[in-house]
Design a binder for this molecule. Structure first.
Ligand SMILES: C[S@@+](CC[C@H](N)C(=O)[O-])C[C@H]1O[C@@H](n2cnc3c(N)ncnc32)[C@H](O)[C@@H]1O
Length: 252
């Protein structure tokens, strides 16, 4: 939900070609967005490390038994994956990642950002996250950084319900959302880019907590963080709502 000089207008009209417009915009502005968002890497690292601290990761080892342990993670809207994917892969040889993104440009960049010797532990699905059909109870973590907020908020609720089914019992969701309540906000020239039309939506802090809990997840950490947002207007900041939540094990 980052910004440009002007904040997004709160326009509840959701265009029928929303998804293809978002995909085309990210195709057009991928390089600009990825350079712009490097400033947010410390906060990504903070929350990814918090997620990892909750996992019982096998030690780095050459022991065949331990290296057979497999921990699957799903990243929705992984973008160019320039921080999250290498960061998670380096945490444990047991981690395997499925990255998804609607932008073909972002997916192409993500492929090039994976260290070649790690190729076998990463795969990608290009497309709208709302159309994914994945095996239930497969992923130890579902991660969505600055991505679910691009879905109309009614779709966000459905997406979280699906994410919950994809999680293993005891698995974790790490996601951030816009902190403000907004049915539909549009920025015609995000990041000052001529082809940077962009859309965000959100339920606000209390509504997002309810959405996460209604999906069947137990919230472990929920925090609003102010982030310096803009290269165009350096004074502008935006609040994001970060959530780490866990799928209960039945009987808990
Ligand atoms: C703000 S970027 C965040 C990228 C990355 N997660 C990061 O932290 O830098 C949002 C990403 O979500 C992707 N995205 C937007 N809507 C999507 C959808 N419906 N399905 C899958 N990916 C989507 C965009 O293409 C873009 O790469």
């Amino acid at each position: 939900m980052s910004s440009s000089a002007a904040p997004p207008s709160n326009d509840p009209t959701i265009p029928s070609d929303l998804k293809s417009r978002i995909a085309s915009s990210y195709d057009a502005i991928a390089t600009t967005y990825n350079a712009f968002t490097i400033q947010h890497n410390p906060i990504r690292t903070h929350y990814l490390s918090l997620l990892l601290s909750h996992l019982n990761l096998p030690e780095r080892t050459t022991d065949a038994t331990t290296s057979n342990v497999r921990i699957d993670m799903l990243e929705l809207g992984c973008g160019a994956g320039n921080l999250s994917i290498p960061y998670l892969l380096s945490a444990s040889p047991s981690i395997h990642i499925l990255g998804n993104d609607i932008s073909s440009a972002q997916i192409s960049l993500a492929r090039t950002n994976i260290p070649q010797h790690e190729n076998s532990r990463v795969s990608f699905i290009h497309g709208d996250m709302t159309t994914l059909s994945l095996t239930p109870s497969t992923y130890t973590a579902v991660i969505a950084l600055y991505s679910i907020m691009h879905l109309p908020r009614a779709e966000q609720s459905i997406q979280l319900q699906k994410a919950t089914t994809w999680l293993t019992p005891g698995g974790y969701l790490l996601a951030n959302f816009g902190a403000g309540e907004m049915e539909g906000g549009v920025n015609e020239r995000w990041l000052g880019e001529e082809n940077g039309w962009m859309f965000w939506s959100g339920w606000g802090v209390e509504g997002t907590k309810k959405m996460v809990e209604d999906a069947g997840l137990e919230i472990l950490v929920d925090e609003v963080k102010l982030e310096k947002e803009d290269e165009v207007d350096k004074e502008r900041s935006v609040e994001f709502f970060w959530v780490l939540a866990r799928k209960p094990i039945s009987g808990e």
